[in-house]
Design a protein around this ligand. Structure first.
Ligand code: NDP
Length: 512
């Protein structure tokens, strides 16, 4: 095993039994991985720190070459990558193909190409006349060692995806994947090694929450994707070492359907973007508000489409539409949300129960006649359940959409693009679409992040790589006086001259 894969150097391994990785769709044991200790994590970060300057010194071209080789590798090894993701998450093969493999390949190329532009030195012209003749630059230096902690829903896109820009910026990275889905991260480590990444520049530390918490203590920047609850714990922990963090947390994304919408397109959008990846997407459509005149028609269309979905153990391409529930405790949460909604007057139009078999499944479910007293409209569900609420008009829909502690993404569906844009601008979310949803995530040029309790900071776009750097101001004096006017010794003539200059440079300013 290379040092770029899981680091087997535990000193107290005996106290932490290895983690069993179970296939959610079949219950089969896939592998065991070490549950690394805080000591292991510190050692990994030390090695990463030692390796970072060499990686930074390769420059954008040298680093980009490794990432471009990885872009080819991932497409050449598509079957192995998909097999690994499907096995450990239980998702449909098509979900892994479009939302993980395609994303990962595109992101490797994107950051290799865009990093030099996003992080190029900037010439700065100062308004301070006292600096005339001095050259000013703004640099974006790599921050050092970046820690990434990822969730189980997208082991490639949402764990390794955050690693790519950090590497492109010249950092070394230590990744702690979810204990539920560590195998894809290990495969990505093998990929980078085979593509020529220097040793220790990327390491995977497998383990549980304790392993993740230890990572927060030692890195120079921590990017976390996961639940709002754990995000708060990470933020508290990072305060101990004053470590900067990025948080991509939970969501409860609203979809507002106006009476003039193309109902068939909107119903397809609701069915697909609520069920895609088994609904286990932070930017899934998690609640739908439909104007009264088209409500019944819309519910019937969505229910018809959702009821037709084929769920089961993912096999060959085209075999199932929806796979398993990746994380076991989610099943109870899904049951609780349905039970609570029904107790408060909701109607199960289709689905509503756990599925059959040794694996973990939950039937694709449509709930109608829901309202904001129900948990399913207030808390993140993160599963194949779509609740649809009747609203009087667009204003009520928008008010309901904004009535949430979350603010990741949202969408408005209408044939009037102008009205759609106006409503979209008033939605309190980090990203918004008109007549679409979720897909905006694949525009890597557009920053993606949450407002309210959905997080801090962004991935993608310029902001998605600058967060892994430290701005460094630089001033260079090519030709200087032997002694500047402000330097010692202080004299009355030079102080007087300075006073006159200050008055002259500032007297154009208006009094208040
Ligand atoms: P969790 O918050 O439970 O876990 C996320 C990661 O943090 C895991 O690797 C976990 O390890 C680790 N962890 C657990 N405890 C700690 C701790 N005290 N300190 C540091 N790390 C810790 O999230 P899930 O894995 O359940 O993922 C689902 C959640 O992720 C959903 O809420 C979803 O909305 C959110 N998400 C957000 C996205 C976004 O971009 N905004 C994208 C995708 C998901 P372990 O698994 O071993 O416990």
């Amino acid at each position: 095993m290379s040092s770029t894969e899981t680091v087997p150097t535990a000193t107290d391994r005996a106290e932490r039994p290895p983690i069993q990785v179970i296939a959610p769709a079949t219950g089969e044991l896939l592998a065991t991985v070490p549950n690394l200790s805080a000591v292991d994590v510190e050692a990994a970060v030390d090695r990463a720190r030692a390796a970072q300057p060499g990686w930074e010194a390769l420059g954008f071209d040298g680093r980009g070459a490794v990432l471009r080789r990885a872009q080819r590798w991932i497409t050449d090894h598509a079957d192995e990558v998909l097999d690994t993701i499907v096995a450990e998450t239980g998702k449909a093969r098509e979900d892994a193909q479009i939302a993980e493999l395609a994303y990962g390949a595109a992101a490797l190329g994107f950051w290799a190409k865009r990093a030099p532009k996003y992080l190029a030195d900037e010439k700065v012209r100062s308004t301070n006349r006292f600096l005339t003749g001095k050259q000013l630059r703004l640099r974006h230096r790599p921050i050092g060692v970046v820690g990434v902690i990822g969730p189980w829903n997208f082991p490639l896109t949402n764990s390794f995806g955050d690693v790519i820009p950090a590497l492109a910026a010249g950092n070394s990275v230590v990744l702690k994947p979810s204990e539920v889905t560590p195998l894809t991260s290990q495969l990505m480590a093998r990929m980078l090694r085979e593509c020529g990444l220097p040793e220790d520049v990327f390491q995977v530390v497998t383990g549980d929450g304790e392993t993740g918490a230890a990572l927060v203590d030692h890195v120079d920047f921590l990017q976390f994707t996961g639940s709002t609850k754990t995000g708060k714990a990470v933020m508290k922990r990072a305060a101990e070492t004053v470590t900067p963090i990025g948080l991509e947390l939970g969501g409860k994304d609203p979809m507002v359907v106006l009476a003039d919408a193309d109902l068939e397109r909107a119903a397809n959008g609701a069915a697909y973007y609520s069920m895609l990846n088994g609904g286990q997407i932070c930017i899934s459509v998690e609640r739908v508000y439909v104007e009264d005149p088209v409500y019944d028609d819309f519910v019937a269309r969505v229910a018809h489409k959702v009821a037709a979905l084929r769920q089961g153990v993912p096999g060959a391409p085209g075999s199932v539409d929806i796979g398993a529930v990746t994380f076991e405790p989610q099943l109870e949460l899904l049951e609780r949300h349905v039970r609570d909604a029904v107790d408060k007057g909701a109607r199960v139009v289709t689905g509503g129960r756990r599925g059959e078999g040794p694996g973990r499944f939950f039937e694709p479910t449509v709930l109608a006649d829901v309202d904001h007293t129900m948990d399913v409209m207030r808390e993140e569900t993160f599963g194949p359940i779509v609740p649809i609420m009747r609203v009087r008009d667009a204003e009520e829909g928008l008010r309901m959409a904004n009535d949430s502690p979350y603010g990741l993404q949202g969408s408005v569906w209408t044939r009037s693009v102008k009205r759609g844009r106006q409503l979209a601008r008033r939605m309190q979310v980090g990203g918004v679409s008109v007549n679409d949803a979720v897909l905006i995530y694949t525009a890597l040029e557009v920053p993606m992040g949450g407002v309210k309790r959905s997080g801090i900071g962004q991935r993608h776009g310029q902001a998605g790589i600058r967060k892994y750097t430290v701005p460094q101001g630089m001033m260079v004096v090519p030709f200087g006086l032997k002694r500047e006017l402000n330097m010692y010794p202080y004299r009355s003539w030079s102080s007087g001259l300075l006073a006159r200059m200050i008055r002259m440079l500032n007297r154009g300013l208006p009094y208040r």
